[in-house]
Design a protein around this ligand. Structure first.
Ligand SMILES: NC(=O)c1ccc[n+]([C@@H]2O[C@H](COP(=O)([O-])OP(=O)(O)OC[C@H]3O[C@@H](n4cnc5c(N)ncnc54)[C@H](O)[C@@H]3O)[C@@H](O)[C@H]2O)c1
Length: 252
């Protein structure tokens, strides 16, 4: 306990799934948090539940594809807690399985806006605040599919590969500010979304869990643990790196 004591963080896309699990873990480790999501009612509810468990957390309605919304989210952290040390870009928009030939162009653009431009925008406004705080840690949540291809997933593989590259370039640009930038690449994780997509938890284990060496999907808490490492000073020699947590999905 206390591995993020005194730190202030923002986590996007935190109503449920990996974002929520990470918000719970970070707050249990002493961080004060702004949790942000396009689902404004949902994020207020999640924030209230984490506060009931003792967390110092506020909810913020935010569309990460909108610059003003990202700026307001960073401002909220400064207004509420006076500084910013950690940013986890976790929010994502999913368009489902489709080829480039068949994809709806507006849907493709939305996926790029939310999943790649969103982390850039959040970072753009967070960096000056982190510099003022003497440094910080930015985590882009990518995917094991950022390093390999998959049929019918052109948009997803492209943006996640883009996020791994974004982390490398931002790391180079801001090493002098003591701001570390890494990507975190989960393999298939058992979130509500995955269970809904597959139809049930059992079906998700068969469909996605079977693709890992371990023969199961990961737990959201297993990604939260990795995010905690990247957010904390324990990962002080990591920047521009991709932390793959995929149960061996990409090993072969
Ligand atoms: N679950 C997996 O198997 C898996 C695997 C690899 C990578 N990931 C990545 O982990 C992250 C979380 O995945 P998850 O399964 O928990 O997803 P999820 O759908 O449960 O959570 C995503 C959240 O993002 C929010 N969101 C969507 N658009 C937004 C926007 N424009 N602005 C702000 N918030 C927005 C949603 O409301 C939702 O709460 C994503 O980046 C995803 O690509 C997940």
């Amino acid at each position: 306990m206390g591995r993020l004591e005194g730190k202030v963080g923002i986590i996007t896309g935190a109503v449920r799934g990996i974002g929520r699990a990470t918000a719970e873990r970070f707050s249990a480790e002493g961080a004060s948090l702004v949790i942000a999501d396009i689902d404004g009612d949902g994020i207020e509810k999640t924030a209230a539940e984490i506060r009931e468990a003792g967390g110092n957390v506020v909810g913020q309605a935010c569309d990460v594809s909108d610059a003003a919304s990202c700026e307001a989210t960073v401002k909220r952290a400064l207004d509420e807690f006076g500084k910013l040390n950690v940013l986890m870009n976790n929010a994502a928009y999913f368009i489902g399985k489709v080829t480039v030939e068949d994809v709806d162009i507006a849907e493709w653009r939305r996926a790029i806006d939310v999943n790649l431009t969103g982390p850039m925008l959040m970072s753009k406004f967070a960096i000056p605040a982190m510099r003022d705080a003497g440094g910080g840690s930015i985590i882009h949540v990518a995917s094991q599919l950022g390093s390999v291809g998959k049929p019918m997933r052109s948009d997803y593989c492209s943006v996640k590969g883009g996020l791994i590259q974004l982390a490398r370039c931002m790391a180079a640009d801001h090493v002098g500010d003591n701001i570390r930038v890494n990507s975190l690449s989960p393999g298939p994780i058992g979130t509500e979304r995955i269970f809904e997509r597959s139809g049930s938890e059992e079906a998700a284990q068969q469909e996605s869990g079977s693709l890992t060496l371990m023969g199961r999907v990961g737990l959201p808490t297993e990604i939260a643990n990795a995010a905690l490492f990247l957010a904390s000073d324990e990962s002080s020699f990591m920047t521009g790196d991709d932390l793959l947590v995929d149960g061996g999905y990409n090993a072969l």
